[in-house]
Design a protein around this ligand. Structure first.
Ligand SMILES: [Zn+2]
Length: 216
């Protein structure tokens, strides 16, 4: 089976790899953030409860996330999936394992996209966004323009600063490292050098999936 989890620091290219996995292998992305937003819009008691939690800004309990994932797994009828945004803690990873057992399925591969922190920091702090149309550029790109193609000025977003990135990266390390150890112990973790082109990173992931076998 090809049920996956991608772990990656912010700006490591996780979204792009997820799109390629969907296009190439039909692996359905499951974003718990999207599931919550969708559920909050349905008028039943469960939806209203979620809507209230989201509006209050409180964290959604693990049990609710698991209920949502259970529904989603049933809707997939055995199609391979890619989890995004869940699990974030070892407690959630354990709850997920129990859910997958109950659904007679499993998580098969956990890919950790590794990019050195200084590379990510450069990528983020080099990002510029057009004030008018929202196109994103990078000052480190070849031929980076000084103005957008639409004529708008290019500015730095407030969370693309070095200080903001340090905070996001620190939060990533704190929450992800326990998961890395957890999945390593279960022999499901694959480290991918993601400091390469999109195509090279995807080729590494594909090679593991196409081999069709897990760690010895
Ligand atoms: Zn523009």
């Amino acid at each position: 089976m090809r049920n996956l989890l991608l772990l990656a620091p912010p700006a490591a290219g996780k979204g792009t790899q997820a799109q390629l996995l969907e296009k190439t292998y039909g692996i359905v992305p499951i974003s718990t953030g999207n599931l919550l937003r969708q559920a909050s819009k349905r008028g039943d008691a469960f939806g209203k409860k979620i809507d209230a939690i989201l509006k209050s800004g409180a964290l959604v309990e693990d049990a609710i996330m698991i209920d949502l994932l259970r529904e989603q797994l049933q809707a997939l009828h055995g199609s391979p999936f890619l989890l995004d945004g869940f699990p974030r803690t070892v407690a959630q990873a354990k709850a997920l394992d129990a859910l997958l057992d109950e659904a007679h399925t499993s998580l098969d591969y956990v890919f950790l996209l590794e990019v050195p922190k200084d590379v990510l920091e450069k990528r983020i702090t080099g990002r510029r966004i057009c004030e008018v149309c929202g196109t994103v550029y990078n000052v480190h790109q070849k031929d980076a323009p000084s103005l957008c193609h639409c004529g708008g000025s290019l500015v730095t977003r407030s969370d693309d600063t070095k200080a903001a990135y340090q905070i996001r990266y620190g939060a990533y390390l704190n929450s992800t490292y326990p998961l890395v150890e957890y999945y390593e112990a279960k022999n499901l973790l694959y480290r991918i050098d993601a400091n390469r082109s999109i195509e090279e990173v995807f080729a590494s992931i594909s090679a593991i999936l196409n081999r069709g076998e897990k760690h010895d």
